[in-house]
Every structure is written in C-alpha cells, then in structure tokens.
Design a protein around this ligand. Structure first.
Ligand code: AMP
Ligand code: GLY
Length: 423
C-alpha cells in the first residue's frame, strides 16, 4: 500500500516507524516530515492544510491511504475534501470529517456533546461578547480557581487557570472583547476546576466498533516537579501505573462507550483516533477535553507497545471492519523523554547541529523539530527529539532513555530530568 502521512512531529515519526514495520507497506511519503521521517520514506515539502497541494501529491505518488497526524487539517475538513473530489474519493483517510473534528475544534461543541450523552465532565457555561456581563456575574458564583477556555483551536494555549476573581473577569473581557486568542476566543467556556491526576486515553474507531489503545500519562510543564509554562509535552509513560481494573472499567463504560454511542446517535461518522484527556477525581474519571488525533509525545510510547500491524488496523478501520481485528499489546513499560531547544516554550533558535545520534543504543529516537541541512541533522523546532525506551521496569526504561540523552547534544539542549517522578 502507498501511504501518505501528514505532519512533521515526533508523533508522525512514530507513526511512520510503525507503518514501516508492516509487510503491507509499499511506498511511504511524508508531508512535510522531518529528518527522522526522511530515513523511512520520502519527505515532500507540502503543508498539511494546503489541500490542493496535498491533492496533487496524492495523485502524483499514487497514494492509497492518508494518515492525518495533526488536528488543523482535520478541523479544516481534509477528510470531507477527499470525499467530495471524484479523483480522491476512493482513498482512505485516517482521521474524522469536519463535523466530528469539532470535538477538538470547538470546546463548546464538545461540552454540549458530553452533556447530551451523560459523559462526565466539569460543569460549564459558554459566553460570547453579547453575554460578557452575564459571564462576569457567573464567575462571581464560582469558586477559585477559575478555568477559562477559548472555544476554538489555539495551539494548546487557549486555557487559562486563574486564582483571582478580578483577574478572571479581566481575562474574560480580553478574550471576548480584545480577541486575545483571535477567532478562537469568540466564544469562551468557563468551567469548574477539577483537581486530580491527568491521563490520556486513546481510542481507534470506525464509527461502529472501537479498540481502546494503551493509556498514557504525559508531562506538559517545562519545569521539574510539574512547574513553569505549559508545553506540547515533555515526556510520557505508558501504561499508567495508577490504573486499576475498576477505574479502567469506569473509563470504558462511562466515557468511551458513551462517546462512540453518542457519535452514532448524533449521526456523526468517525474514522480515526479519539484522544480523550481525562482527569481522575477521587476514584472517578472526568473528561477534560477531546482531541481528534493522537497525542504527542504519547504516540511515542503507545505505538511501540502495539504489536499488531498498524496498516491492517487502518485498512479494517477504513473498511468498517475494525471488530475483526485483534489488538496485541506489549506488557512492558514505554517511557519517552523529550529534548527541547533552549528557551522553549518561549522563543528559541533553530538550526543547531545535533551531535551523537550514532551513539544511541537501546532507545528509539523519534525526531520532532529536526531537519537535514547539507547532510547534517539540525534542530528545526521547540521540541526536537523524543527518546523512547521499553522495559518491564518503568525506572529501568527511564534510565535507558536518560543514558542515551546524555550521549546526544546540541547547543541549548534541555530536557526534564524527572519524567515519572509522581508515579
Ligand atoms: P485543555 O487544552 O483543555 O487540555 O487544557 C489544558 C490543561 O489545562 C489540561 O491539561 C489541564 O491540566 C488543565 N485544565 C483544563 N480544564 C481543566 C479543569 N476543568 N480543571 C482543572 N484543570 C483543567
Ligand atoms: N500531549 C498532548 C497533546 O498532544 O495534545
């Protein structure tokens, strides 16, 4: 099969790495890809949300399946674009259509969906510029901390957690009146604050049947001990040690099954991954958010634990036969630690040469922000490379990643030394 993977992060390198293991793969093209994907297939300098350019590439390369990594092309309707074009309609797209992608593209849509289908989530109310005063009055009735969320996509930056009521009111105004997050904050969701430990749940579905993939925990803050600014993710671990059978059963029945049933009841087709951001409050799971794609860096620990053939799974998914597939999971722990550019998640420089990659042993390096420049691998983003290791012992897996991180360097390289500290 000829497959195009859209995206350029560690997630996409991990997807390519896994696809490459399948005997069903004929040709692998990645747009735009990174230095890691370049060693597995052919990188093409096409932007995932430039649908006409993607169309041209798909036809030129005789692509039969497109795996969409990031959310933006899905929210913009790339799957619908394929279905509406007679030349593309037969090509499988892994990732939901625009309507379902609203689960990530609009927090207001997602909250309504959860309430409609009795899926546990924080209580909320949504406001627009016309209801700003009501919003401020509503905040007065809520307890601190206040959670304010821009409705639309804001590259992971649209959530504010604020302790002072006065500041919460000011931020609500800034979001609605001054378009603090642009179009994304035309509507703002004000939410009850939930306190607990977060985890990520991944589901693969053809809209009818589903498979729950390994759970993972990611580390979003830049600083050790979960301090400092939010990032795209600094590391991840799978499985999640605090998961027990009872908690897993609650996730399955109260959240995953109601989500799949809800999509069916609402007549919303879905072929792809659902990433459910969960929080464990006491002994109960609540949904923090839906994403319509895999997580990054969670993918870098989930896919190495899946033994089943990913192309087979994707093919069955696209054909609506997912129920006949058996998902085989490696019992070992997978841990990943992300090396980032100095200054990230603030401003950082690119183009720093990466040294020592040939010395890596026993770990898998998934490239994120890297590119090849005159035969050298250089940095090309904030998150640069994820070091993944597997072992029956979580701490041993972490040590393998850390030992290998010590062999690699680039100017300004930074990483968290405490991934897994809370487990
Ligand atoms: P989101 O973009 O919705 O995942 O939110 C980003 C982060 O904000 C989450 O990973 C949580 O750490 C935090 N967060 C979001 N909503 C809540 C909430 N209702 N209560 C507590 N923390 C939250
Ligand atoms: N690791 C969180 C995300 O991919 O959104």
């Amino acid at each position: 099969m000829n497959i195009l993977v859209l995206g350029s992060g560690g997630r996409e390198h991990a997807i390519c790495w896994k696809l490459k293991q399948s005997p069903l793969l004929n040709k692998l093209v990645i747009a735009p890809g990174n230095a890691g994907t370049a060693s597995l297939g052919k990188n093409s300098d096409v932007k995932p949300d430039d649908f006409q350019a993607v169309r041209k590439l798909v036809l030129e390369e005789d692509i039969e399946m497109v795996v969409v990594g990031p959310e933006v092309p899905l929210v913009k309707g790339i799957h619908d674009f394929f279905l509406e074009d007679p030349d593309l309609a037969g090509i499988h797209v892994i990732g939901p259509q625009k309507q379902a992608a609203q689960l990530e593209g609009s927090k207001d849509f997602a909250k309504d969906f959860m309430n409609r289908h009795q899926i546990p989530t924080a209580a909320h109310k949504s406001f627009t510029v016309n209801t700003l005063e009501e919003g401020k009055t509503y905040l007065e009735t809520q307890n601190s901390p206040f959670v304010l969320k821009a409705d639309g996509l804001a590259a992971g930056k649209g959530v504010l957690i604020i302790h002072e009521l006065k500041e919460a009111k000011e931020e609500l105004s800034a979001m609605l009146l001054d378009a603090k997050f642009g179009q994304a904050s035309t509507t703002v969701v004000v939410e009850e604050f939930l306190s607990g430990i977060e985890l990520s749940c991944f589901v693969l579905t053809d809209g009818e049947n589903h498979k729950i993939l390994p759970f993972a925990k990611d580390y979003k803050r830049i600083g050790e001990g979960d301090t400092g600014l939010n990032t795209g993710g600094m590391g991840a671990i799978s499985p999640v040690p605090f998961m027990d059978a009872e908690f897993e059963e609650k996730i399955r029945t109260r959240i995953v099954e109601r989500t799949i049933q809800g999509l069916k009841k609402d007549d919303i087709p879905y072929q792809g991954f659902i990433f459910i951001g969960l929080i464990k409050v006491g002994t109960d799971p609540y949904v923090i958010e839906y994403n319509v794609r895999l997580g990054d860096p969670e993918t870098e620990v989930i896919l190495p634990r899946i033994k089943s053939d990913l192309i087979r799974l994707f093919k069955s998914l696209a054909e609506g036969n997912l129920e006949k597939e058996n998902l085989e999971i490696d019992d070992r722990f997978a841990c990943t630690v992300m090396a980032v550019s100095g200054g990230y998640p603030g401003t950082y420089e690119k183009g720093k040469q990466i040294h020592g990659l040939d010395n890596v042993e026993g770990a898998i390096v998934f490239h994120a922000g890297t590119r090849v420049q005159e035969n050298r691998t250089v940095t090309n983003g904030g998150r640069v490379m994820a070091f993944t290791s597997l072992d029956t012992d979580m701490n041993q897996a972490l040590s393998i990643s850390y030992d290998n991180l010590a062999k690699v360097e680039f100017d300004g390289m930074n990483y968290r030394k405490d991934i897994g500290f809370d487990l």
